[in-house]
Write a protein that binds this ligand. Structure first.
Ligand code: PLP
Length: 444
C-alpha cells in the first residue's frame, strides 16, 4: 500500500533508483535508455558530474533566500546568462519553478501591462486548438487541448482558439507550404477582428508543438506573419518554449529558426535539465518599463521563485551546453535520428508522418495512411507503445490522438543532447519493435 497518489493510480510503475548519462535504472537493475528526457527535460542526461558539483557548491553556500529579502549572485548570473542569449528585445527575467508557473506569470504580465498603460479592456487571450500550456487554471484555460480542459470546464478564464499550424493535417493539396502558413496565420487576424482589436491582450503559441501533437514545426513564414499581425493590432505575442526551447530544436530558442522575437517568452524543462525544478518568463523592455513607471512592481510571486539551488542548476546546465558546444550535437544527432526514423518507419503503412527539428522528433500513427484516419482512441495505441517501449528498456513519450480525429496517436522522441550515434540506433531499433508489437496487439 502506497500513499503516493501517482503510484496508487498506476501500480505498475517501476521504482527509479539511479541514472547515468542517457540511462535511468530501476530497482531491479534494469536500465532504460531515456529517449524522451522524461518529458523533454533531461537535456544533459542523468548524473552529470559538473552539474552535481555546482549543486553541491551552492548547497554548501546557501540553499534558500526569499526574494522579498535578498537577491543572490547565482540568480543574477543566470538572468544575465539568459538575457545575453535571448531573442532580441527581451531584457528581464522572472525566475519560477516550472513551465505552468512561467506561462501563468506571462499571462499576468500581459494583463498587468495593459492595465499599466491604461488599456484595461484588453483582456482576451487567443491560443490554438490542440495546444498545451500547463495545468494551472490560467495556463490550462489558454491551452486548447480538450482532453485536459474538459473536466474543468467552464474554466475561470475565457480564451479563444484558432487552428494550429499543422501542415500534415491542415495543408490543402492546391497550396504550397508557404501559402498554407500564411492562411493559418491569417486565422489570428480574423479572430482579433471578431473579438474587437482593442480588446485582445495576447496570442500564445508553442513554436514547435510538443506533447499535444508530437513535434509539429510551423510552416515557413507562419510566425513572421503572426508577429506582423500582433504588431498591427498591438497584441502581445507570448511564445511558450517550455518544451521546445533551450536548445531542444538545435538553436537555443526555437523561434530563432523562424526569425522572430516574442514580447514574452516562457522556458522551463531543459533550462535546469531536471536537476532542479525551474522555469522562467523573459519579458520585453516595453513591458518592463510599463511596470517600472507604473505601479513599480509586478503583482505576483511565489515562495520558491529565484531559488538559489534551482538557479545553480540552471546556470550549470546552460554553461555546460555552451562550453561543450552541445547544440552542434543536437543538430547532428537530430539529423541522424530523422534519417533513421525515416528508414525504420518510412514504409510502415501505419506511420503517417515523421517530423520535428533537432532532437525533438515525432511520429504520428494512423489507421489508414491514404486518408490519414487515426486509430480509434479507445484502442489506446499510445499506451500500448509506452508499455512495450518500457519493457524493451526505452523511454519515449507517446500521447493519444484526439477524439475529433484532428491528431492521431503520436510518439515524441526527445533524447538528451549528449546522445551518441550508437544510442540513436538503439532508440530506433527498440522503438521499431515497440511500435510493431503494439500494432500487432490491436488485432489480437
Ligand atoms: N507549456 C508547454 C509547452 C509544456 O509542454 C508544458 C509541460 O509539458 C508546460 C507548459 C507546463 O510545464 P510544467 O509541467 O513544468 O508545469
Amino acid at each position: 500500500m502506497t500513499h503516493l497518489l501517482h503510484r496508487s493510480i498506476n501500480t505498475q510503475l517501476p521504482v527509479a533508483v539511479g541514472g547515468k548519462g542517457a540511462y535511468v535504472m530501476d530497482q531491479s537493475g534494469k536500465a532504460y535508455l531515456d529517449a524522451s528526457g522524461g518529458a523533454a527535460v533531461s537535456c544533459l542526461g542523468h548524473g552529470h558530474p559538473d552539474v552535481l558539483s555546482a549543486l553541491h557548491a551552492q548547497l554548501d553556500k546557501l540553499a534558500y533566500a526569499h526574494t522579498g529579502f535578498f537577491t543572490t549572485d547565482v540568480a543574477e548570473e543566470l538572468a544575465d546568462r539568459l538575457i545575453a542569449d535571448a531573442p532580441a528585445g527581451l531584457d528581464h527575467v522572472y525566475l519560477v519553478s516550472g513551465g505552468s508557473e512561467a506561462v501563468e506569470a506571462a499571462l499576468k504580465m500581459a494583463r498587468q501591462y495593459f492595465v499599466e498603460v491604461g488599456k484595461p479592456q484588453r483582456r482576451h487571450v487567443i491560443a490554438r486548438r490542440q495546444s498545451y500550456h500547463g495545468n494551472t487554471l490560467g495556463a490550462l484555460a489558454a491551452g486548447g487541448n480538450e482532453w485536459r480542459r474538459s473536466q474543468f470546464s467552464p474554466l475561470l478564464i475565457e480564451t479563444h482558439h484558432i487552428a494550429p499550424c499543422f501542415a500534415y493535417r491542415e495543408q490543402r493539396e492546391d497550396e504550397t507550404l508557404e501559402d498554407y502558413g500564411q492562411r493559418a496565420a491569417e486565422e489570428l487576424e480574423t479572430k482579433i477582428l471578431e473579438l474587437g482589436p482593442d480588446d485582445v491582450m495576447a496570442f500564445v503559441a508553442e513554436p514547435v508543438v510538443g506533447a499535444t501533437a508530437g513535434a509539429v514545426p510551423p510552416a515557413p513564414g507562419y510566425f513572421k506573419k503572426i508577429r506582423e499581425i500582433c504588431d498591427r493590432y498591438g497584441v502581445l505575442l507570448i511564445l511558450d518554449e517550455v518544451m521546445c526551447g533551450m536548445g531542444r530544436t538545435g538553436t537555443l530558442h526555437a523561434c530563432e529558426q523562424d526569425g522572430i522575437s516574442p514580447d514574452l517568452l516562457t522556458i522551463a524543462k531543459g533550462l535546469g535539465g531536471g536537476y532542479q525544478p525551474i522555469g522562467a518568463t523573459l519579458m520585453s523592455t516595453g513591458i518592463f518599463e510599463a511596470f517600472k513607471t507604473g505601479s513599480g512592481f509586478f503583482q505576483h510571486g511565489h515562495t520558491y521563485m529565484g531559488h538559489p539551488m534551482a538557479a545553480a542548476a540552471g546556470l550549470a546546465v546552460q554553461n555546460i551546453i555552451r562550453r561543450d558546444d552541445l547544440l552542434q550535437n543536437v543538430f547532428a544527432m537530430g539529423e541522424l535520428l530523422a534519417e533513421r526514423l525515416t528508414e525504420r518507419f518510412g514504409q510502415n503503412p501505419h506511420v503517417g508522418d515523421i517530423r520535428g527539428r533537432g532532437l525533438f522528433r515525432g511520429i504520428e500513427l494512423v489507421q489508414n495512411r491514404e486518408t490519414k484516419t487515426p486509430f480509434d482512441p479507445a484502442l489506446k495505441l499510445h499506451a500500448r507503445i509506452k508499455r512495450e517501449a518500457m519493457s524493451q528498456g526505452l523511454m519515449v513519450y507517446p500521447m493519444g490522438g484526439t477524439i475529433d480525429g484532428r491528431v492521431g496517436d503520436h510518439v515524441l522522441i526527445a533524447p538528451p543532447f549528449i546522445i551518441s550515434p550508437e544510442e540513436v540506433e538503439i532508440i530506433c531499433d527498440r522503438l521499431g519493435a515497440a511500435v510493431e508489437t503494439s500494432l500487432a496487439s490491436l488485432t489480437e
